[in-house]
Design a protein around this ligand. Structure first.
Ligand code: SF4
Ligand code: SF4
Ligand code: SF4
Length: 375
């Protein structure tokens, strides 16, 4: 079986499919500290892409409450039951990935959810880790927590769905790394559903083929961010590309946040697929739980986030989240403003570090009206 270097686990690993990396890799950063679980992203994706027959329980984008929530039910609990607990030495994974736990010819280790596991899209919503005692609100920080985890297909570097498909009906685009199902070739064997550790391939019971997030490729081809990114109320998302053919670039916001500063971390990197949705961990949640989800970089990431106000370049990169519906491929910080440019060189975002304040006269003589100033 071929071996591939997986930068997220700091070593080579067995992977049953060989292909060169794409010219660049589509990637997303989600700031979990800002998500309010309004599900606008979920609705935007659903109404645009999966409103057809057999797609009633298909949510290419979903937002779940951690630690207890999950869609399909228990997807990650069952992943953790199937695989060993992750063991790390520094940034190197010592334990086996899902590609290394079975015989070479077998598809990746996984499970196929039951139909009823898709019947409760937001089970566990807003559940916290315990009872809050009466009066706890007056005691300062209290030990109960929960947070919201938005999830889409990770358009992985080493997709388990692709490796598992006996029909080779799944492919990764050479130009941007988006992973797609060729529905003409798919025969509905659902090996992809079983193999994907994130359970982000869905089986359409009426169409009898597998379907998954298409990375909004028609929008990406026109330089626009995905719908779930554009519609995000909390401005928690950034969408762009990671460099694959050159060293990470300081002026590429995705390279800068993910690879250079290592503020945003992959979800369950121990699975080995090298996912391309990166999360800024919630700073109020204990490290033990977060390290299981995001790997060994959690403490460093939290420290960076807490100190970001003294870190102008990183702060500038974060301020560009949700600032435009165009994909930013280059950014800079100048005179306390973050500036973003699209691929064609057009300036598409300019965000000041401090929002300007305009105070209007209480009485507007021109229109003869009284005005209030609100923020
Ligand atoms: S739209 Fe944004 S803030 Fe709302 S649930 Fe989705 S990711 Fe969270
Ligand atoms: S998240 Fe799952 S469906 Fe998406 S590319 Fe990775 S393995 Fe395939
Ligand atoms: S990238 Fe597009 S298709 Fe994929 S979850 Fe977001 S809105 Fe849906």
């Amino acid at each position: 079986m071929p071996e591939r270097f997986n930068w997220q686990i700091g070593r080579k690993m067995r992977y049953p499919f060989d292909a060169p990396p794409p010219q660049r890799q589509v990637a997303y950063i989600f700031d979990t500290n800002k998500c309010i679980e309004c599900q606008t992203c979920t609705v935007a994706c659903k109404t645009c892409w999966t409103a057809g027959k057999g797609q009633e329980t298909v949510f290419w984008n979903n937002v779940e409450t951690k630690p207890y929530g999950g869609y399909p039910v228990g997807w990650d609990l069952r992943l953790l039951e199937k695989t060993d607990a992750a063991r790390w030495r520094g940034e190197r994974l010592l334990s086996p990935t899902i590609f290394e736990t079975e015989e070479e010819k077998d598809p990746p280790n996984g499970h196929r959810p039951a139909v009823e596991d898709y019947s409760a899209p937001n089970l566990g919503e807003d559940d916290i880790t315990g009872m809050v005692e009466e009066g706890a609100a007056f005691g300062g920080v209290h030990p109960m927590w929960m947070f919201y985890l938005a999830r889409i297909c990770n358009h992985c570097d080493h997709p388990a769905c692709l490796a598992a498909c006996p029909r080779r009906a799944i492919y990764k685009r050479e130009e941007d790394g988006i992973v797609l199902v060729d529905q003409e070739r798919c025969r509905g064997y659902q090996e992809c559903v079983r193999a994907c550790p994130y359970k982000k391939v869905f089986y359409n019971l009426i169409g009898r083929v597998s379907e998954k997030c298409i990375g909004c490729f028609p929008r990406v081809e026109n330089g626009n961010v995905a719908l779930c990114v554009e519609s995000c109320i909390g401005k928690i998302r950034m969408h762009g590309f990671l460099s694959t053919q050159e060293d990470p670039r300081e002026d590429n916001p995705l390279d800068y946040i993910v690879k250079i500063r290592k503020l945003a971390l992959p979800l369950y990197p121990q699975a080995g697929t090298s996912p391309n949705v990166f999360y800024i961990p919630p700073i109020h949640v204990p490290n033990g739980f977060l390290e299981q989800l995001f790997g060994p970089g959690v403490e460093r990431s939290k420290r960076l986030y807490r100190e970001v106000r003294n870190d102008p370049k990183l702060l500038g990169a974060l301020l560009l989240f949700g600032s435009t519906n165009r994909i930013i491929t280059r950014f800079a910080v100048r005179d306390e403003e973050a500036i973003g440019w699209a691929e064609n060189g057009e300036e598409v975002a300019r965000v000041p570090f401090t929002e300007p304040v305009y105070i209007r006269d209480h009485y507007d003589e021109r229109f003869g009206v009284y005005r209030h100033n609100t923020t």
